[in-house]
Design a binder for this molecule. Sequence first.
Ligand code: ARG
Ligand code: ZN
Length: 870
Amino acid sequence: MADMLSTNAQAPIQAPTVIRRQDYRPPDWLVPDIALDFDLDPARTIVRTLLSVTRNGDHDRPLRLDGDGIVPLAVRVDGRELTQEEWHLEAGALIIALPDAAHQVETLVELAPEGNSKLMGLYASGGLLCTQCEAEGFRRITFFPDRPDVLSRYSVRLEADKARFPVLLANGDPIEQGDLPDGRHWARWNDPFPKPCYLFALVAGDLACNTDRFVTISGREVALGIWVKESDVPRTAHAMEALKNSMAWDERIYGREYDLDVFNIVAVADFNFGAMENKGLNIFNSRYILADPETATDIDYDGVEGVVAHEYFHNWSGNRVTCRDWFQLSLKEGFTVFRDQNFSADMGSHAVKRIEDVRILRAGQFQEDSGPLAHPVRPESYMEISNFYTSTIYNKGAELIRMMALMMGPERFRAGTDLYFDRHDGEAATCEDFVLAMEEGGAIDLTQFRRWYEQAGTPHVRALISHDPVSQSVELTLEQSVPPTPGQSDKQVMAIPLRTALFDSATGTHGGDELLLLTQAKQSFTFTGFPNAPVLSINRGFSAPVIVETNRSQADLAFLSAHDDDPFARYEAMQQLMVNVLVGRIAGQAVDDQAVIDAVRNTITDTALDPAFVAETIRLPSEAYLGDQMRLVDPDAIHAARDALQQKIGAELEPLWRDIHAKTKANAFALSPSAKGGRKLRNAALHYLVASGATDGPAIAFAQFDAADNMTERQAALGTLANGTSAEREAALDIFYNRYRDDALTLDKWFQTQAFALHPDTVELVAQLSEHKDFTLANPNRVRSLYGAFAGNQWAFHHASGKGYRLLADCIIALDRLNPQTAAKLVPPLGRWKRFEEGRAALMRAELQRILAQPGLSKDVTEQAGKSLE
Ligand code: ARG
Ligand code: ZN
């Protein structure tokens, strides 16, 4: 780190402070009560804060209230205004020496929300005023001990111009409201549940509401509100349905009931993340609230359902039981992702949901875990906590909970979560508290399992079976290893639960699914009663987040792709079959791809299968996933091999694709699982049909684009066309733009589709789009649609010239001045340089160095780019 910074001649910045988990100390002062008074205005908001503070333990340390970019206009203690000598600022924090055990401390600050481009703290978005406080945004609003283990009861008064801000919302229950002279009005909200300041929220604006109600299991009537701009109210029905389903599901599955009289959700257009679980007042990125058939794809609908559930579930896993410090972030995020994944599975298809979740895990988390930013689910240190809202904390964290639940079984797992919630209600807890509750409530020993929280890196498991016809026995030998990761060169042996079955290839059946627990570096399991060599099905349901290597033949994989009764394992066999062919081709070997074509044919003609499952299974592994299978990624060879196989599958099965495409055409839009599955399969068929090179391919795609009564089919057709160079491509892009130019979320798709396109000129097109009048760095969704998608387009981004790297780095540099959090999220793709040949690697490093040399670079980007160079 020091080395890296010394290369920066112009700006002698201090290396950002490293925060360590081991340094945790309980807070010096507690704040049982806080009263906030906001005089709201986009240009000039006044915040008056009254804290009741109490000394925590026997010490004489001063009161330290965090602050970021704010100065106190006045400080009062117990009603007396302090002189400038009686307080001082230290790294933004307000320091006050206090004599007694308890005091009343009052501060006054002024904010300019309309100038807040970081979207942390109080900011303006589309005429609204709103807040985002997690992780450390509250200190940008007022002086406060901004750490999750300081819990307070909040009383909030809001005042604003009534015409511009007719709706005034905050956490908890509405208490009172009234009009004031000069067209102003006010409202008071109280939240009876003590909470950390990261869960504080307010919203002021001209909002309309979709109202509904939910009666909890004990009979409490809850008023539900989804607040959006008037014209968007018709697009909130799906979110409302998801909310009510989530509330009922959490009662049924976890015995958790909602605890306030109101539950409000607000959708805002400018948001750094997906959504935020503020107590009683969730604030959402509008893309996870708004949905209608004209503008939302089925994936968008599922995203709304999943994120609404996620934020609602945080009311218990996050709010009632919160985190002691930010190293425990996965305590709430991993557990809550696990909860929302299971909810979505229960609302739709378990098989398809698991396949989708594993694909997300592999695309994001496995890459992270094998690169310079790898970190444990419970990290040991950070510079900027916003950089740790990662796929490891969220998705790998969820896999850890899933493994515990699998090892315990549903009843014992429920006993464990009951104990956890009951024991820690109202507290700020740790990951260790969760594991202890699982051990005690669920009667299980998790001593070795704890290493999943401590060690980064995706474990590898080698699984070899050998058959002895004489003793009619099978020996399964499992060998594990965890690769070195930054700061962790030597790894300890993990406890890995692997659901396994042995198939009789003659009958296509197995004698039962067994949960094998691999706890040693190398371990053998013996099975008897096998006159013939069986076929191994392992890590069924993706029971452990590991990479499994086996000695199975292509014939074994083809067999499993047709017979495995575990849907994930069946999907996985097909994927592995495809990977083997593609990796062989990329390496220049003459590989036989007939097995893949046969397996695809068998799958699409098996009428017993769910169409959604078929569509998932026949999809070729992504170019990025293929890259992950290689020591050095060759983007051009990967693209060529994948493209060729796609063409061949398309051409050899062309009549079947035509048939499926025609048969899956629905008369009218519906959102049922079967209608969604039909669309997924129809889009997959269209994709292969166009890939086949059939001369009428683009015309068929255009016809689908044109005639679709829903965005799922329209966007898929557009995406298929965008990969090619037909005249239909330009026509469809123009039509799409003109139709949706005034709808930001849908226009995002126009940018995203082009940035994702497997098209030879994507880099130039993205550069042009960055100059488009509808492109802006001020809106994170728009930035992610263009640059996030582009950085995920392996073939385009890794263009050998390095022009893709330069384009992304230019964006990071410009965006860092406005919004460091969102800028930092674009850095990781440049950090994968070790996986590329020296030419590309040098170009990637040069861009990281150029970023680091920028004067005044944020802590966020400094941390990510600095670590990426190591
Ligand atoms: N807790 C939010 C969630 O539901 C994420 C908030 C992250 N925001 C941030 N600025 N770090 O996952
Ligand atoms: Zn969350």
